[in-house]
Design a binder for this molecule. Structure first.
Ligand code: SAM
Length: 287
């Protein structure tokens, strides 16, 4: 599908692309081929495509994969896709919100993500035990942060949270002109593979949420010493009565250095979560 095809179909469907749904449709065949090549789709793959739009990637995925699940929030697009792929029996088209539905089992996600909800999608789909592989077009600024493990200036909450569960493997620049309408952000294709093993603490959904909240709470203070950042987070979010001196002592007892937040590695953050989770003791005392 080129620009004209896409414009024509949208006109026929009476669809004006919605910015808040990140509705930018792929119009460049070379870009599509780059994404599909990166995905290395095999006949064993069970693919999840989030936000298939007019099916530019789906067309290729259904030709190769064992099974393709596509989840599209826009009912007009999913009706169009049901007709378009009516001859295929390896595709299931779900009209729904990726953030609200139960996602069917899959081993690979191939998607030009709705850019407006990249963070929540990453959290729901990838931040867990045995996540799928992800071949995703996302905003370049977010991709840069995901790949900036060794650079404190650009590292952030998303650097830590993604790298806890996934190994960022490759990234490729994608021209924004490959989409209609042209998005007002730069884009990058990323390939994320699951880590072989995650800490046991993170397997439990409740503890994992505790960990992700802690990262969310302290990374805005990445240039502060860990104890300072923890003190601010604890005061604001945890029902714990601890002053800075006590936090410093706890870190010391657990052999965690009280240096800048950004200089810590992922296992430090997991250990800190374990310590404070135990201190909280009861479920329900944190948000
Ligand atoms: N994959 C298509 C392509 O490359 O041409 C469209 C990609 S477009 C960037 C994002 C798509 O995600 C749109 O079709 C939009 O309707 C859909 N979408 C937005 N929010 C969604 C959500 N919460 N759940 C499922 N689909 C969503």
């Amino acid at each position: 599908m080129n620009r004209k095809d896409v414009q024509l179909i949208l006109k026929e469907l009476n669809i004006v692309p919605k910015k808040q749904l990140g509705q930018n449709f792929l119009i460049d065949k070379n870009t599509r081929d780059i994404i599909i090549n990166q995905a290395q789709v095999s006949t064993n793959d069970i693919i999840l495509e989030i936000g298939p739009g007019l099916g530019a990637l789906t067309e290729k995925l259904v030709e190769i994969a064992k099974k393709v699940y596509i989840i599209e929030i826009d009912s007009r697009l999913s009706t169009f896709l049901k007709n378009k792929f009516s001859n295929y029996n390896n595709i299931t088209i779900i009209n729904g919100d990726i953030l609200k539905i139960d996602i069917p089992d899959h081993n690979k996600v191939v998607s030009n993500l709705p850019y407006t909800i990249t963070g929540p999608i990453l959290e729901k789909v990838f931040f867990k035990e045995n996540p799928p592989q992800g071949i995703l077009t996302i905003e370049k600024a977010i991709a840069d942060r995901i790949f900036s493990q060794d650079n404190y200036k650009t590292s952030s909450r998303i650097t830590i949270s993604v790298n806890t569960f996934m190994r960022p493997k490759e990234k490729h620049k994608i021209s924004r002109n490959s989409f209609y309408p042209t998005p007002n952000i730069d884009l990058t294709l990323i390939n994320l593979t699951p880590r072989e093993k995650i800490d046991k603490f993170l397997v439990d959904e409740y503890k994992r949420t505790f960990y992700l909240n802690l990262i969310r709470g302290i990374m805005p203070f990445k240039n502060k010493n860990l104890a300072n950042a923890l003190e601010l987070y604890i005061k604001k979010k945890l029902n714990l009565d601890l002053n800075k001196k006590e936090i410093v002592n706890i870190l010391e007892q657990n052999n965690i250095k009280n240096n800048k937040v950004y200089s810590h590695i992922i296992s430090d953050f997991v250990n800190i979560s374990k310590i404070f989770y135990e201190k909280i003791g009861l479920k329900g005392k944190c948000d």
